[in-house]
Design a binder for this molecule. Sequence first.
Ligand SMILES: [Zn+2]
Ligand SMILES: [Zn+2]
Ligand SMILES: [Zn+2]
Length: 317
Amino acid sequence: MSILKNALDSITVGLEDFESPDERRIISSTRNIFAGILLLFKHKLCELSPQGSDEALIKQRVLPELDATGAVNWIGKGKKTVDVQNIKDRFESLNISVDWARLDRINKYRNDIEHYYSTLNSESVKQLISDSFIIIRDFIVDELGGDPKSLLGEGYWKILVDVNEVYVKEKQECDLTLEKLNYYTDEILHALQEYHCGECGSGLLETEDLGEAAEATFKCRACGTEAHYDDIVNYAVNEFYADEAYSAHKDGGDTPVVDCPLCGFGTYIVHEGICVSCCGSATHECVRCGCNIPPEELSDGDICGYCAHMWEKMKAE
Ligand SMILES: [Zn+2]
Ligand SMILES: [Zn+2]
Ligand SMILES: [Zn+2]
């Protein structure tokens, strides 16, 4: 019972930090809520650990031991408990599902607010609270078979529900303003809808402009920071494709984005064949050999890297 109690305490203290008018408590709010969620997960692993295994499932080190009958038992060793990656691995292998993308977003925001953001306000923490609400609710109901409202207490539960409701509504309003603009490709719209303010981390980006997105100015609803399209679009699109770019780099495969071969400044979305900055399109099929030009070899010409090399050689001879 004690891990569960610690989990609930940590979440409720985090919500008190969030409600406090003292802005210095914002960081501790994100820390406490994230810690509380991890403790909920550990509680589940503890429950599933076999009796007499010394809570094997929450220990990083688990070693086999022989009992009196000669059977092998896996026993938890040491004080070190599982980290986020260990929990992911064990949950996956135990068929326990969690919305990891959402959890990673909470974790990233918690980390960024401690290290990068210059502006702290409770407005920008709302997405973290909203994400946390969904993870906490789903995990308590689906995996712990509990009632989140009675476990957390009605008052704290209401904070979560209300913040989530307000955040979802505000996010929809912001998204609608972004949807009114014209984009070179819809991928840019989707990237801007996932963009987080560089000053405060809020996901509430909106615009009052109409017409061409490339001419528009955008504003963070949480801290009021304004930015022109050119100031944020490359960062937003690179972030949007970051996971895909990472797995392409790690597992092989074509990278989704490259530096624009035409303007040298913008981000070029390869499968859309367009630069988000200059709107230019490179030639993707080599006119000399007919091959598909790999992303890294896209240029302002119309031949692949190999043919360009051969061309140079022929000229030299
Ligand atoms: Zn902001
Ligand atoms: Zn370009
Ligand atoms: Zn070629």
